[in-house]
Ligand binder design. Structure first.
Ligand code: K2U
Ligand code: ZN
Length: 164
């Protein structure tokens, strides 16, 4: 599957809830895992493959594959931390982003079973980055405005060249 790049409007949409967790959703999840692994990602949100629905997959530090369908962040820690983030939709650009250290998320898995997960470390970081994708938020929205403007300009130029 093709990962959409910065500049594609689908990355700025507010994704809609998954109505029914059926075989179509389960096969989409499988394809997203393959795409994520092939892209050396540790997370991938459905809007990044052009599907504006509330679903993302994660493969953080423990290597365990996790699916989050209709996730809700129900708590975040006061303590914040900084981490250098990247994004498969904004290739080759990395920058430090400050976010809460820990997060509690409630979601359904690929079989529709509800679960609640308390995460810290890299898993908490990826969950927050992927959750942002469902809200149409990208990590560059959380860095200094002048740096964000430079990245957007670079991708606009690249897209313009490709369309020629
Ligand atoms: O959502 C994505 O675009 C995948 C992100 C996942 C990520 C979230 C938070 C912090 C770092 C990454 C990355 O592109 S996956 C590639 C990667 C892996 C480890 C560290 C940085 C970038
Ligand atoms: Zn991303």
């Amino acid at each position: 599957m093709e990962v959409v790049r910065l500049g594609n409007d689908v990355l700025r949409d507010h994704a809609v809830p998954v109505e029914e967790i059926n075989d179509e959703i389960r096969s989409l999840v499988e394809e997203m895992f393959d795409t994520m692994v092939k892209s050396d990602g540790i997370g991938l949100a459905a809007p990044q493959i052009g599907r504006s629905i509330r679903l993302f997959v994660v493969r953080a530090d423990d290597g365990v594959k996790r699916v989050f369908i209709n996730p809700q962040i129900i708590a975040t820690s006061q303590e914040m931390c900084s981490y250098e983030e990247g994004c498969l939709s904004i290739p080759k650009y990395y920058d430090d982003v400050i976010r809460p250290e820990r997060v509690t998320v409630q979601a359904r898995n690929e079989n529709g079973r509800r679960f609640t997960l308390e995460a810290d470390g890299l898993l908490a970081r990826v969950i927050q980055h992927e959750y942002d994708h469902l809200e149409g938020i990208l990590f560059i929205d959380r860095i200094a405005p002048e740096k964000k403007a430079k990245v957007e300009e670079k991708f606009r130029k690249k897209a313009a060249k490709e369309t020629v």
